[in-house]
Design a protein around this ligand. Structure first.
Ligand code: HMH
Length: 221
């Protein structure tokens, strides 16, 4: 199809799971205002755990970009991801404090632990940059699409959740996701069929992990 990039065609091909990840019932409940605040609390708690492994993962992607990328501008984009994460940590600490969550006592639930193990597998030095940057794009894009949906006209998002939605749903974050998507498509144009296949499998695993993370948040401990 004219103008369809590799990422576009994957999203089209895997539309069902992509929609499961970006229009999950938990997200829909935020959007329509029926979200259970104890579920949101679980989400905040598990996010604090997830962010630790996610940050280590993003740092590993930066190392891969430095070693393997054909374009040094990639390093700046990934450094930007780390800067945003620095900010996110501060925000979650504030949210945790508001909700009386003791950050030192959080026990990672299965979905969080499974996601961390998957990210750890992507951090191995032999894992290709193309594969890792694709995972980064997908992880960020799912949150952008989910939370942007909660900010659209007609949404009824509770006041105390608006900041969360704004954080990932804002236009700047959307532009950042698009920049990552362009990097992925550029890399996929220069890669072999084998790595392309491996990348597609990793993309699907990201989407699964995201669905499991939402499921856990919705269902509570
Ligand atoms: C589980 N997926 C999860 N947490 C996040 N913070 C993001 C994606 C986006 O940064």
């Amino acid at each position: 199809a004219g103008g369809m990039t590799a990422t576009d065609s994957w999203i089209r091909k895997h539309r069902l799971i992509y929609t499961d990840a970006t229009r999950h019932p938990f997200v829909l409940s935020i959007r329509d205002g029926t979200v259970d605040l104890s579920a949101f609390r679980t989400w905040v708690e598990q996010q604090c755990e997830f962010l630790r492994s996610f940050t280590a993962f993003v740092a590993s992607v930066l190392v891969k970009a430095w070693k393997e990328s054909d374009d040094r501008a990639d390093e700046e984009v990934i450094l930007g991801s780390l800067a945003t994460l620095n900010d996110e940590f501060a925000w979650f600490k504030k949210e945790a404090l508001k909700r009386d969550i003791d950050l030192t006592k959080i026990v990672p639930q299965n979905a969080t632990a499974g996601y961390s193990r998957f990210l750890e597998s992507l951090m191995r030095p032999e894992m290709e940059y193309t594969v890792a940057i694709t995972a980064l794009w997908a992880i960020e894009a799912v949150y952008h699409e989910s939370f942007a949906y909660c900010m659209e006209d007609g949404s009824n998002t509770p006041l105390e959740l608006r900041e969360a939605c704004e954080r990932w749903g804002n236009e700047g974050f959307g532009n950042y996701c698009n920049t990552l998507k362009k990097i992925v498509d550029r890399r996929l144009e220069m890669t072999t069929g084998e790595i392309s296949k491996k990348t597609e499998v990793v993309l699907l695993r990201v989407l699964e992990c995201e669905v499991e993370f939402w499921n856990m948040s919705r269902d509570g401990p």
